[in-house]
Ligand binder design. Structure first.
Ligand SMILES: [Mn+2]
Length: 365
């Protein structure tokens, strides 16, 4: 895998000498840019939105340059839409953007050529700031700040603000706080001291009422439909649970279901596969210590599609050539065989979480 720069012991990876602070080098490299545009991964999440918003403020404040924040694909999750609305984050569809050679493009919470974006390959990428395990193609990128042990990209961005000692508006602090919170709130925690220090710094500055509104965003009907389908199609294989959703209105429902199911006390691994348009969207969670969910899901998906993620959480998709029930059945069978093998679980029929008889009884009463 082509990767320039050195990976240090704390999992961080930087290009070039690191004699000065990262935020100084980041800003210095942008001095000649006419404009700075921020990009991230598909279905932007709070960590990518908060990072883009935070860095765009940093650039506007320190360098007085115009910035743009982009959106790659729809934002489905209710909390994420509430974040965009309540914090007035102005987003431009990434596919409609044209790139000027004098501008600088900064990618956050993702790495180039990991299959997680619809980004034009010709865009002039200046920087990559990320915390994902999924290795991207970093060849020739002038500024790279990748710290794999850190729980969120927003924590890295917050660190830049602490270094630069500039006043942080409530709106930016709230976005960064929520971005970190969503990444490190699972158990076991995927967080480093840098995440906790960032939250401690942001908490007094953030708007707690807006945070509460985002956390408790109103949910669409389709959320409950996906949840019901998943419960009706949940199968337990030893310490693994597989859940299937035949039709999802929003890709994010797979992750929402996965978050909910992962607290089931009898399993350590959950994989949710849900059909959304012509893709099987996958979401995996594990509470198994030392597990590498991102690596496991990448192995399971293999050349069928794309996947990546962190130690405890992973996501991906498989393009479907047909959405006929038999075709979906085949893909489900492939995934089941592959993940059972990857986790060393014996092939079996699987036990339904909710027995069929019970489902029918509940319908009749
Ligand atoms: Mn992230």
């Amino acid at each position: 895998m082509p990767r320039s720069g050195a990976v240090s012991e704390d999992g961080s990876c930087t290009n070039g000498a690191s004699t000065s602070r990262r935020s100084d080098r980041f800003l210095r490299g942008l001095e000649t840019a006419s404009r700075v545009t921020f990009v991230s991964h598909v279905h932007p999440d709070p960590d990518s939105l908060g990072s883009m918003l935070g860095l765009s403020f940093l650039v506007e404040y320190c360098l007085a340059k115009p910035t743009r924040i982009t959106q790659d694909g729809p934002i489905g999750r209710a909390e994420n839409r509430a974040m965009v609305d309540l914090l007035n984050i102005e987003l431009l569809p990434v596919e409609k953007i044209s790139w000027h050679e004098s501008e600088a493009v900064v990618m956050v919470d993702s790495q180039p050529n990991t299959g997680r974006h619809n980004l034009d390959a010709t865009c002039p990428l200046y920087a990559v700031i990320d915390h994902h395990d999924t290795p991207g193609d970093l060849e020739g990128i002038p500024f790279v700040d990748i710290r794999r042990k850190v729980g969120s990209t927003c924590s890295l961005v917050t660190r830049y603000f602490i270094e630069q000692e500039i006043p942080l508006p409530k709106r930016i602090a709230t976005a960064l706080m929520y971005g970190i919170e969503t990444e490190v709130s699972g158990y076991p925690r995927e967080a480093a001291p840098l995440d906790d220090a960032a939250m401690q710094f942001l908490y007094p500055l953030a708007d707690k009422d807006v945070l509460a509104q985002i956390r408790n965003a109103r949910l669409p009907e389709s959320y409950y439909g996906s949840m019901l389908q998943a419960l009706q199609n949940a199968f337990v294989y030893g310490r693994l649970m597989l859940c299937w959703i035949n039709e999802m209105e929003q890709a994010e429902h797979a992750a929402e279901v996965c978050d909910f199911m992962t607290r089931f006390e009898q399993v350590d691994w959950v994989l949710v596969g849900g059909v959304c348009k012509n893709r099987m969207i996958l979401s995996a969670r594990t509470v198994s210590p030392g597990a590498k969910a991102g690596d496991v899901l990448r192995r399971v998906v293999g050349s069928l599609g794309r996947a990546g993620g962190h130690d405890r959480r992973a996501g991906g998709f498989i393009p479907l050539t047909s959405t006929a029930p038999s075709a979906i059945d085949d893909v489900q069978g492939d995934i089941r065989r592959r993940i059972l093998k990857a986790l060393g679980v014996e092939e079996s029929r699987g036990r339904r979480l909710v027995p069929l008889r019970e489902m029918l009884q509940n319908l009749q009463t």
